[in-house]
Design a protein around this ligand. Structure first.
Ligand code: SAM
Length: 227
């Protein structure tokens, strides 16, 4: 048995009970080291870890697939929800196994960002640059999203297309330099926030950062009666 699990944004209060149970019962846990480390306290001492790096992931996933085909309970752990900016790795898991692999959704950093920024996904589009391959279509998509009057929650590309370069690109493409922006780091852990407008977004942020570009003014946080 093999299953892919979104572990949430890092704080274990945000890991689903189903995800936790599957991790506790696993014979083999695979995923990037930083992700496995978030859930290490719930991994059985008898379980085997198969840590992935960007270079070795295909080979290591083959080893995880061998364990799965030998009848072991294998879990592949992903940050957040793997349906947000995790699908390229899910495809590698499925390729190694030779079949589709079920998923357990988690809570994405994008959802925590929406909560902190008080925006709803009905009016917000998620865009990730944290992927392999050509980023150009995603850059164009982000411009169209903002032109359409929708907010954008954006995962940067470490370290090539970080918030400062994203802001610069948007201004270059004719998006108003006055749009409000927030960058949040380490959501659900040691959180840090930066707020400003696109033209002020020039600082460096860590690779654990996510960005909200507002298409319009946010709702007030407190509703006051006129009378
Ligand atoms: C490969 S993407 C995976 C996103 C994940 N599937 C999700 O739903 O959040 C990894 C990137 O997500 C963002 N990210 C993940 N967790 C985060 C957190 N707790 N705080 C801020 N950004 C986070 C960072 O930009 C990180 O480099």
């Amino acid at each position: 048995m093999i299953i892919s699990i979104g572990i949430g944004p890092g704080g274990l209060d945000y890991l689903t009970r189903r995800g936790e149970r599957l991790i506790r019962e696993a014979d083999v846990v695979t995923g990037f080291t930083t992700v496995i480390d978030f859930v290490s306290e719930m991994i059985s001492p008898q379980a085997k870890r198969i840590d992935l790096t960007y270079k070795n992931q295909s080979e290591e996933l083959e080893l995880a697939a061998i364990e799965h085909h030998a009848g072991k309970k294998v879990v592949a752990v992903f940050m957040g929800d793997l349906h947000f900016s995790g699908w390229q790795m899910q495809e590698r898991v499925e390729k190694a196994c030779g079949h589709v692999v079920d998923t357990v959704p988690g809570i994405s950093s994008a959802q925590i960002m929406a909560s902190r920024g008080r925006v709803c996904f009905d009016e917000t589009t998620f865009v990730t640059f944290h992927r392999r391959g050509d980023l150009q279509p995603f850059k164009k998509h982000l411009v169209r999203v903002l032109e359409d009057g929708r907010n954008a929650i954006v995962i940067p590309h470490p370290w090539e297309f970080m918030p400062n370069r994203i802001a610069g690109h948007l201004i270059e493409m004719g998006i108003s330099a006055d749009l409000a922006v927030e960058v949040w780091e380490n959501l659900t852990a040691e959180e840090a926030t930066w707020r400003g407008v696109l033209s002020e977004c020039t600082a460096e942020f860590s690779d654990m950062s996510i960005m909200l570009v507002r298409a319009r003014e946010p709702f007030p946080s407190v509703f006051v009666d006129d009378e």
